[in-house]
Design a protein around this ligand. Structure first.
Ligand SMILES: [Zn+2]
Length: 112
């Protein structure tokens, strides 16, 4: 394994976040234990404007270092259907070979 690459834990999920303007799909990792620790705070303020603030405080950070707010903004949206060549190369390079295979476990666009 190359230095600097950490395997994604088996209880973590890969999430795909599309930059709507460019069509590039970035990769973020949702860690199970991390989210369990965070979720009480978020759900406690899940009404009105407070929810937006809670989301803004906890951005989804992509593997290439982009801070996104797919739940609260229009520029980045979660996706599970895209073509392989939309994957962000910088995000992809941070993955171990095993995790790179997981990055291709997504649906293909219809008609592609
Ligand atoms: Zn990226």
């Amino acid at each position: 394994m190359a230095a600097g690459k950490e395997p994604i834990p088996s209880d973590a999920e890969l999430r795909f976040i599309e930059a709507v303007s460019s069509g590039t799909v970035h990769i973020a990792v949702k860690y199970g234990t991390y989210d369990i620790a965070r979720s009480p705070q978020v759900s406690a303020v899940s009404s009105g404007g407070s929810a937006f603030i809670a989301l803004a405080l906890h951005p989804t950070v992509t593997r290439c270092g982009r801070r996104t707010f797919p739940q609260a903004e229009k520029d980045h949206q979660g996706t599970d259907r895209f073509s392989d060549d939309q994957l962000c190369a910088a995000c992809y390079r941070t993955l171990t070979p095993e995790d790179q295979e997981r990055a291709f476990e997504h649906k293909q666009p219809e008609g592609a």
